[in-house]
Design a protein around this ligand. Structure first.
Ligand code: GUN
Length: 274
């Protein structure tokens, strides 16, 4: 069983991004909007800022009050769209309940949408056009699969979770690489029988779901989940000890998908479309 070392690949990717940034004629500038005081979001946003510093990308965090209105938030995004000194805009999710995230995301200029979440970038992804940016987590996962020369074409890929951030774009990116993709979610009947068919399994749920001897012999198990278990230990969706006896490759938590997501976001943030 081989551990897919996201930490070490992320360092390599960040090094490449740093070199690329040095060659750019326009200074990239990532602006991250953080609304309210979600503790986890604060940590994520600070990690993004630290990574940006490491690769020489200027970054700014705009912190806004929890009770900001949709209209006010839209006007902040519009100003950033129009600002030639800003090359990337990221609105950290989740947003407070009174704000419709889709309304906000739709306003972001597709050429500054480093998350790849706008309808234009999603539409480009789905139709086979080139998006300006691919969503960071699935892009980081593809980098990891490629690094270990894991074949995607013709593979049976099973994705658990249908979020706009991970599950859906992951499905589209694997489809583009000619995998056969099965999506599972909370209404899927008999998930276990689907999981058993997977050559590549991606779990993005946020709770321990892949825990039995469900996975196919020598399959590739990608664990996107990250949360604290009842003992306070950081863990993922997959019962690592159990599954590692049958999987061929597995991502650890922490040290797998997490660092790749950040590195992939930095890669996106180094792209400039002014
Ligand atoms: N919240 C959790 N993951 C993400 C992400 O990839 N992008 C944004 N904007 N918010 C998130």
């Amino acid at each position: 069983m081989i551990i897919l070392d996201g930490k070490s690949l992320s360092l390599k990717v960040l090094e490449k991004v740093k070199k690329r940034v040095e060659t750019l004629s326009v200074e990239p500038h990532l602006v991250v909007i953080l609304v309210g005081d979600n503790a986890a979001s604060k940590i994520y946003v600070n990690n993004k800022k630290k990574a940006a510093e490491k690769v020489g990308i200027r970054s700014t965090i705009i912190e806004l009050e929890e009770n900001i209105s949709e209209e006010e938030l839209i006007s902040v995004v519009r100003k950033l769209n129009d600002d030639d000194n800003v090359t990337g805009i990221l609105v950290q999710l989740p947003l407070p309940a009174h704000i419709d995230k889709n309304k906000i995301i739709t306003v972001i200029s597709p050429k500054k949408d480093v998350d790849g979440f706008t309808p234009e970038n999603v539409g480009r992804l789905v139709t086979g056009l080139e998006p300006y940016y691919y969503p960071a987590t699935p892009q980081g996962i593809i980098m990891l699969l490629d690094e270990y020369n894991i074949p995607i074409e013709g593979a049976e890929a099973v994705i658990i979770g249908r979020s706009n951030i991970v599950g859906r774009p992951m499905a589209q990116m694997l489809l583009r690489r000619n995998a056969t993709v099965t999506m599972c979610h909370s209404y899927t009947k008999d998930i276990e029988s689907k999981i058993k068919t997977a050559d590549i399994l991606v779990s993005a749920v946020g709770k321990k779901i892949v825990r039995c001897k469900m996975v196919k012999k020598n399959s590739v198990v990608i664990d996107v989940g990250i949360f604290r278990d009842t003992n306070g230990k950081i863990t993922g969706d997959v019962d690592f000890d159990y599954v590692s006896s049958s999987a061929g490759y597995i991502t650890p938590v922490p040290g797998g998908v997490g660092p790749m997501t950040i590195a992939s976001l930095m890669y996106n943030s180094s792209k400039v479309y002014l």
